[in-house]
Design a protein around this ligand. Structure first.
Ligand code: F6P
Length: 493
C-alpha cells in the first residue's frame, strides 16, 4: 500500500525542481454565508474527493473557480487561501467568473454539451455556439492564471496537472505562450466511442486541446481506446501503438489509464472513530432505523446516476416480496447539482414524484420505505450513513469511475456491508466482488435486492475483505504516484 509519506518521497525525487500546479473548475472547499455566519462546504464529486488528499500530502497550489457566496471574503489580495482551514496544507487560488461566463462555460458547454456527450445516458447534448465561445474564453482565463503563477513564482520548470472536461483547451493556450511547461490532463468522466463523439461541431478543436498535453489520463483502458480511435477518425495524427501515444505536428501526447481512487486509510480510520460511531447511532434513532435492513444511495442528483431506476426496482421488490415490508429502508442522499439546467430540473422532479408515489403506495403507520434527503449532508454524516448501510446501491447508467463505491468499501473497517454495483461504472472493472446489476434490467435488479439481503454473512465478509484489499492497494496515493512516475519517465529532468 502506498502511503501519503511515500507519495511525498516520490514527488520530491521525481519532480525535483519542478513546481506543480493543479487546476480544476470545481474548488475543494467552498465558503458560504448564511445568516451572517461563514461555513466551509466540501463539494461532492469525484475530482475533488480524489485530489484533495493528494494536495494535502504534497502541498502546492490548486487553481479553481471560486463559486461560494463568501469565497471572496476569505481570500487574501492575491485571491488565495490556505486550506483546509483547520489544518492548512496547500494554497487554493480562486479564479472569478462572471455570471455570463459561468452560464456559457459551466452550465452551457461543459454540462449541456460535453457531459451528456460523454455519458451514454440518452440525454441529448446541446451545442450552442455562444457557449463554446464562452468555454474558450474561460479556458483562456485559467491558462492566463497559470502563466501568471509561473511569472510570479520565478520557477522556470512548471508541471500543470489539469482536471476534468471543463478545461480541455487549457494546455493548448498554455503551450502557445510557454511550450516548456509540462501539461498533464486527467479526464474524470467516460470517453465515448467515435460514433457518439462525431456529432460534436467543435470536435477538431477539442481533440487538438487534448493533444496539446504531454500526458492524458482516463480511468480505464476502454476509454483510452475509444479516444485513440476517435483521434484516428477525426484528425491527422500518428498513433504509436508501442508507446501508446499520439503524435501531432511533432508533439507527442501519451495516453494512459489511471483508475482513480480514494484515501483508503484515512476513510477507514475516520469511520472507525467513536465520533462517527456515535453519530451513526444518533442517526439510527433519529430516523427510526433500529432493526432495519438499510440500503443506501448517495449521489449528486444527476440523470447519469440511475436514481429513478433504483427507486422503481425497490418498488417492484416490495411488490414482489411483501414479506420484507417494514424490515427494509432505502435511504437516498441526493446532493442537488447543476440545477439551472432543464435536464437536472426534470430529473429532480422525477425523483421527487417517484419517492412520493412509492412511499404513498407501501407506507404503513409505522414505516415508510424511502427516506430521501436533499439537504447538504456533511462529510462526517456521510461516513455515518455508510456505517449504518447494510448495502450501498450504485446504479449509474454510465459512470467514469464512481468513487462512492470506493468510499463505502473503505469505510467498512469491520468487513460488514455489501455493494450493488452497476456494470456500467469504471469501478466495476476493479471491484469484481461486488454484486453486479444492469440498471436497465429492473427484473434482475429486484432479484439482486433479495439476493443481497439473503446472502450469508460469511459470504458478505469474504467479498468485503477482498474489495477492501483492492482499494487498500490501489489507493489515491498509488494513483497520483503512477501519474508522476509516468511523467518523469518521459519528460521530467
Ligand atoms: O466524477 C467527477 C465529477 O463528475 C467531475 O467531473 C465534476 O466536476 C464533479 O464530479 C461534480 O460536478 P460539479 O463540479 O458540476 O458539481
Amino acid at each position: 500500500m502506498m502511503t501519503k509519506e511515500e507519495l511525498k518521497q516520490v514527488i520530491n525525487k521525481e519532480l525535483g525542481n519542478y513546481k506543480m500546479i493543479v487546476v480544476s473548475n470545481r474548488e475543494p472547499y467552498i465558503h458560504t454565508q448564511e445568516a451572517g455566519k461563514i461555513k466551509v462546504l466540501r463539494p461532492s464529486g469525484g475530482a475533488v474527493t480524489a485530489l484533495d488528499p493528494v494536495m494535502r500530502a504534497c502541498g502546492g497550489i490548486w487553481i479553481a473557480h471560486g463559486s461560494g457566496n463568501a469565497d471572496r471574503k476569505v481570500v487574501d489580495k492575491d485571491d488565495r487561501i490556505r486550506v483546509p482551514t483547520e489544518d492548512p496544507r496547500y494554497t487554493l487560488r480562486r479564479l472569478w467568473l462572471s455570471k455570463d461566463e459561468e452560464r456559457g462555460y459551466y452550465y452551457g458547454f461543459s454540462n449541456e454539451a460535453l457531459w451528456p456527450l460523454s455519458h451514454i445516458a440518452y440525454t441529448r447534448p446541446i451545442f450552442r455556439e455562444k457557449d463554446w465561445q464562452m468555454y474558450k474564453q474561460v479556458n483562456k482565463k485559467f491558462a492566463d492564471a497559470i502563466l501568471e503563477e509561473k511569472t510570479k513564482s520565478n520557477h522556470d520548470k512548471l508541471l500543470v496537472w489539469i482536471q476534468d472536461y471543463h478545461l480541455v483547451l487549457v494546455a493548448k493556450y498554455i503551450k502557445e505562450k510557454s511550450p516548456d511547461i509540462i501539461c498533464a490532463y486527467f479526464w474524470h468522466i467516460p470517453w465515448p466511442n467515435p460514433e457518439v463523439f462525431r456529432i460534436c461541431p467543435f470536435k477538431k478543436e477539442i481533440i487538438e486541446g487534448f493533444l496539446a498535453n504531454d500526458l492524458v489520463g482516463f480511468h480505464i483502458r476502454y476509454h483510452c481506446d475509444n479516444f485513440i480511435e476517435t483521434v484516428e477518425r477525426e484528425v491527422e495524427a500518428k498513433v504509436d501503438r508501442e508507446r501508446n501515444s499520439i503524435i501531432k505536428e511533432g508533439h507527442e501526447c501519451l495516453i494512459r489509464a489511471f483508475p482513480i481512487s480514494v484515501d483508503f486509510k484515512d476513510i477507514s480510520d475516520l469511520a472507525s472513530s467513536d465520533k462517527i460511531k456515535d453519530r451513526a447511532e444518533e442517526l439510527r434513532k433519529e430516523l427510526s432505523l433500529e432493526d432495519k435492513i438499510i440500503f443506501l444511495g448517495c449521489d449528486r442528483i444527476d440523470y447519469t446516476k440511475g436514481i429513478p431506476e433504483r427507486i422503481i426496482a425497490f418498488d417492484r421488490f416490495l411488490d414482489k416480496y411483501p414479506e420484507y415490508k417494514e424490515k427494509v429502508v432505502f435511504i437516498q442522499i441526493g446532493a442537488i447539482s447543476r440545477i439551472l439546467i432543464q435536464a437536472y430540473k426534470d430529473i429532480n422532479s422525477e425523483i421527487n414524484r417517484l419517492v412520493e408515489e412509492v412511499n404513498w403506495k407501501h407506507s404503513t403507520s409505522e414505516w415508510a420505505p424511502i427516506i430521501f434527503s436533499k439537504r447538504f449532508v456533511p462529510y462526517e454524516d456521510i461516513l455515518a450513513f455508510y456505517s449504518l448501510a447494510d448495502v450501498i446501491v450504485i446504479s449509474s447508467l454510465h459512470d467514469g469511475m464512481n468513487l462512492v463505491a470506493k468510499e463505502y468499501i473503505s469505510s467498512k473497517f469491520d468487513n460488514s456491508g455489501a455493494v450493488i454495483l452497476s456494470q456500467f461504472t469504471g469501478s466495476a472493472r476493479e471491484l469484481q466482488e461486488a454484486v453486479f446489476i444492469n440498471p436497465y434490467n429492473i427484473a434482475e435488479f429486484v432479484e439482486v435486492f433479495k439476493g443481497v439481503i439473503e446472502m450469508k454473512d460469511d459470504e458478505k465478509e469474504r467479498r468485503m475483505k477482498i474489495l477492501r484489499e483492492i482499494i487498500k492497494e490501489n489507493n489515491i496515493y498509488h494513483w497520483a504516484a503512477k501519474v508522476i512516475l509516468e511523467l518523469s519517465k518521459f519528460y521530467l529532468y
